[in-house]
Design a protein around this ligand. Structure first.
Ligand SMILES: Nc1ncnc2c1ncn2[C@@H]1O[C@H](COP(=O)(O)OP(=O)(O)OP(=O)(O)O)[C@@H](O)[C@H]1O
Ligand SMILES: CC(C)(CO)[C@@H](O)C(=O)NCCC(=O)O
Length: 315
């Protein structure tokens, strides 16, 4: 048995799709037509059975966990004789480039906001914390985007720390996949009940970086972490497929950094995307992302066509 299998056996309770899907039955959950069209708006490729089998039980679990944390806050305030201070619950979502982190994050955002205990759910991606393009060029990191050293980790740790401190209005930097760069404008995070923080680096620590600087980890501020997992052969295929689709969407914009790829024929575009995978995203997955997997509270394992095959929950 491989080391990671041994670690998973020691740390996690495994569920196959069937046993996991039954866990939503304890509390009947239904989706209205409006909910379904909201979810279809996120990604028309997501199937209804994926939502009912995987995401409904997951949103029920998260609701119970968030409520328990809120109740703990009430007890603590009673003990201290204080007024309840507002506290944001942070859920992080990690995993490879193209595994579907942002799709998972947006589905969870939509489902979690339906619960009365936590209606305000914000979503931030760590892409905004990549150094601006000029800075990446200055540091010689243009071919290392997504690697630990390409992120301003100080800014990211300050951000999650400000959220946890209960600061009323915390700005978050934004990233554009069109310009391939950080945007000028920021977005305001105003004390949501839940913040979902999505990015390939959310389970990394400074020790994973080539230059180690002693400061707290993002995970010190995160309440519950999820790792979206899949075999690399699927990840590469999903990356290449998305790249091919981008030719008629993101790359078609004349302002796009990769506009010159818009006119590539299928075979040229496949070659190009495979090269980016083999030289950047694949090595980053193996060296810096996958090794953080068993730090997560929950692992979602996907197979062919993004179908969720297994859920591993920390004991
Ligand atoms: N559940 C799903 N069912 C079908 N297709 C999906 C699903 N989740 C994601 N995809 C597709 O897989 C590709 C990658 O998804 P997504 O953009 O959410 O990944 P990501 O992990 O956030 O990527 P990145 O790190 O590059 O931002 C997209 O083409 C998306 O449409
Ligand atoms: C922005 C990241 C790092 C993460 O989402 C990624 O999408 C990326 O741009 N990687 C660099 C190589 C590539 O263009 O896929």
């Amino acid at each position: 048995m491989s080391l990671s299998n041994t670690i998973q056996q020691a740390l996690y309770m495994p569920f196959n799709r069937d046993s996991w899907s039954q866990l939503r039955n304890a509390v009947p959950l239904t989706l209205t037509e409006a909910d379904l069209s909201e979810l279809r708006g996120i990604n028309e490729k997501i199937s209804l059975s994926e939502v009912t089998d995987i995401y409904l039980p997951l949103s029920r679990l998260l609701n119970l966990i968030v409520k328990a944390k809120q109740q703990r806050g009430v007890v603590l305030n009673q003990f201290l004789g204080q007024q309840a201070a507002k506290s944001t619950y942070i859920i992080s979502i990690a995993g490879s480039v193209a595994v579907g982190k942002s799709t998972t994050a947006r589905i969870l955002q939509a489902l979690l906001s339906h619960w009365p205990e936590h209606p305000k759910v914000d979503l931030i991606t760590t892409d905004g914390f990549l150094y601006p393009l000029d800075e990446l060029k200055r540091r010689g990191l243009l071919q290392r985007k997504g690697f630990p050293e390409s992120y301003d980790m100080k800014l990211l740790v300050e951000f999650v720390s400000a959220i946890k401190s209960g600061i009323e209005d915390v700005p978050a930097p934004l990233y554009s996949h069109i310009t391939y760069d950080r945007l000028q404008q920021t977005i305001s995070v105003r004390q949501p009940d839940i913040l979902i923080l999505e990015g390939l680096n959310v389970l990394q620590t400074e020790l994973d970086s080539p230059v180690s600087i002693k400061r707290p980890f993002v995970s010190d501020f995160v309440d519950f972490s999820i790792y979206v997992d899949a075999e690399e052969k699927w990840l590469k295929q999903w990356y290449v497929d998305r790249f091919l689709q981008f030719r008629s969407s993101a790359f078609a914009d004349p302002k796009a950094y990769f506009h010159h790829f818009a006119s590539l024929a299928d075979d040229e575009a496949t070659k190009m995307a495979s090269h980016v995978w083999d030289t950047i995203n694949g090595p980053n997955l193996r060296s810096n992302i996958k090794p953080t997997r068993e730090r997560a509270n929950l692992i979602l394992k996907k197979g062919e066509n993004h179908a969720m095959e297994q859920v591993l929950l920390r004991k």
